[in-house]
Ligand binder design. Structure first.
Ligand code: FES
Length: 153
């Protein structure tokens, strides 16, 4: 018997009307992450100005509705923010902003957090700088999923 997944109105809104879909040509940083289990892939583009502020942010997600909604919300949450603040964006904050996610969809929000980190990593590499607290990106979030599940961080 298949299980019906219930989404919040906010998730449905960001899924049916996603914000910031697209690419940024010559982006300051691009991050791509996936989940081998479900096969979903998320890519985030950042345009960062000389004051280390995220001037623009776009995404392309090949994935489920929750992955689209979390990418949309994550890009909204980091647009106009500093690199430092973008680094602090957690999958938990994205979930809360979306009014919650069903447990089987928590990993979708992890993709968003990791894609932002991967894009910041790419930006730092291109600029030859170090962003304090930023860890090397994981390409397959399965590697971190168990950790997040048990700690909820
Ligand atoms: Fe894997 Fe949503 S089911 S990202």
């Amino acid at each position: 018997m298949s299980q019906v997944i219930e989404y919040s109105d906010k998730v449905m809104d960001h899924f049916t009307n996603p914000r910031n879909v697209g690419e940024i040509e010559g982006a300051s940083g691009v991050g791509t992450v996936g989940n081998a289990k479900c096969g979903d892939i998320m890519r985030i583009y950042l345009d960062i100005d000389e004051n280390e502020t995220i001037r623009d942010c776009k995404f392309k997600t090949f994935g489920c509705g929750a992955a689209v909604a979390t990418s949309s919300m994550a890009t909204e949450m980091i647009k106009g923010k500093s690199v430092e603040d973008a680094l602090k964006l957690t999958n938990k904050a994205v979930q809360e902003a979306l009014g919650g996610l069903p447990p089987v969809k928590i990993h979708c929000s992890l993709l968003a957090e990791e894609a932002v980190h991967a894009a910041l990593w790419d930006y730092a590499e291109k600029k030859g700088i170090t962003i304090e607290g930023l860890k090397p990106p994981v390409n397959d979030i399965d590697e971190t999923e168990e950790f997040y599940k048990t700690t909820g961080e």
